[in-house]
Structures are given as C-alpha cells and as structure tokens.
Ligand binder design. Structure first.
Ligand code: 6GU
Length: 224
C-alpha cells in the first residue's frame, strides 16, 4: 500500500513512522509513506499556502492552488482509491473505516490547518473526511499519523502474529479482556487461576465473559 500525506508541517510526520511497527512495515515493503510539503507547490513568491477568508473573519484558509497542484500531480502518476481530508468536522474514525482503508492500494491524506481548506478542495477533490475525536487539534498531522498507524497495522504481513489484529478491541465490537504475564504472583497480587489452568476451553470462556463485562462497563454503546 502507498500513502501520500500532504501537509504544511512535514516535520510532524517524521518520527511517528520511523520506529516500531510502521518502520517494520515500510522496511518489509508492505507500506510506502510519502510526505509532501504543500509549500513546495506554492507558486507565489512568498511561498504562501494560506490567505484571508472571503467575507472577513479571524483565521486563515488554506488556498486551493498548491493543494490542487500536489493532488493533480499525484493523480497523474497513479490512481488513488481515496483522498482523505483530516478535519474535526469529518466522520468519527472507527475500526470499520480502518479495515476498509487497509484493503486499498493508494491513498492520499490531506492534513488541515488554520481555519481549514478552501471548500472547493473538499467539494471537488476529497472523497472522505475523517476526524479522530471530539476535540480540536492544532492541525491534522497527528490525526493523520493516528490514521496511518491504525491502517498500517492491518495490512497483511505487518503484524507478526496475523491473528492478533483479529482479536483487537473493536474488531468484534468488544473491548479486549485483561491480560497477564509472569510472575504468577507479585506482592500478593495474583493472576486469575483460570489462566494458569491449562484448560483452554475454560480460558476461552473466561476471556469472552471478561470482554463482555468490560464492554458493558466501559463502552455499552458498542453493544447496541
Ligand atoms: Cl482530523 N484535525 C484536527 N485539527 N483536529 C481534530 C481532528 C482532526 N480530529 C479530531 N480533532
């Protein structure tokens, strides 16, 4: 899979993909991430990427020309399955979006800044608008990093144990059950006996019950 990220702050997107699972995915050739500085596509002599909004009001708006220039260039090189705009007024990101995106070949992700982008970009170029939660970030970059991580780990072969993405919280609308590792007892705190029993049927049943209990307590909305 190839992901092209368009941003005015490329530095913010360096470290999130330079370590751990996202680095492994890239090293293994399963994921290509290309970060493009929108400013490089500004034709104006000050390299401006934003301007005052028509009608007046505080806050700058990202201009249509440099963004359209990057997108048109990329579209001339390959077909894109989705052009995603990261914005607090987008659809709330869910695991189901990530599952769908992980099946695509080529994605563009546009990071919003300032008051947002000229509406004509959203109308004519963007195919999906995504928010990562009901709070406002200073830009779409951290949200894009979250999205790429959530998609990248679902690409077949990226996780060591392929089943582990299938048992993630949210994959079946359930939160994950508690997990434990050695030692079996620490300062009087014990691991549940069932997990040490070796009885896999009982263990499986316990995990299902705990997942359900945890979901009922913490995220009853998932069970509706
Ligand atoms: Cl995608 N962008 C910004 N700027 N803020 C957000 C967001 C995105 N998702 C939640 N808050």
């Amino acid at each position: 899979m190839r992901i092209d990220i368009l941003t005015v702050v490329p530095q913010l997107l360096e470290s999130p993909f330079a370590a751990s699972i996202m680095k492994r995915a890239q090293d293994a050739g399963l994921l290509e991430i290309h970060v493009h500085n929108i400013r490089d596509y500004s034709t104006n002599k000050h390299k401006n990427v934003d301007d005052y909004q028509y009608g007046g009001g505080a806050g700058m708006v990202m201009s249509i020309e440099p963004i359209a220039a990057v997108i048109d260039k990329l579209k001339g090189e390959r077909n894109y399955d989705e052009i995603i705009y990261m914005t607090p007024d987008g659809e709330l990101l869910e695991q189901s979006h990530c599952n769908q995106f992980s099946l695509q070949e080529n994605l563009i992700i546009l990071c919003g800044h300032y008051k947002g982008v000229d509406e004509r970009i959203r109308e004519h170029y963007i195919t999906k608008e995504i928010s990562i939660g009901s709070y406002v970030l200073s830009g779409g970059e951290l949200a894009a990093a979250v999205l790429v991580d959530a998609i990248g780990r679902l690409i077949p072969g990226v996780l060591n144990d392929e089943t582990s993405a299938l048992t993630d919280s949210f994959q079946d609308n359930l939160l994950s059950p508690p997990v434990y590792t050695r030692p079996p007892e620490f300062k009087g705190m014990k691991v549940p006996e069932v997990l040490l029993s070796g009885d896999f049927k009982r263990i499986e049943k316990w995990r299902e019950e705990e997942a359900l209990k945890r979901t009922q307590e913490r995220r009853p909305d998932l069970l509706e």
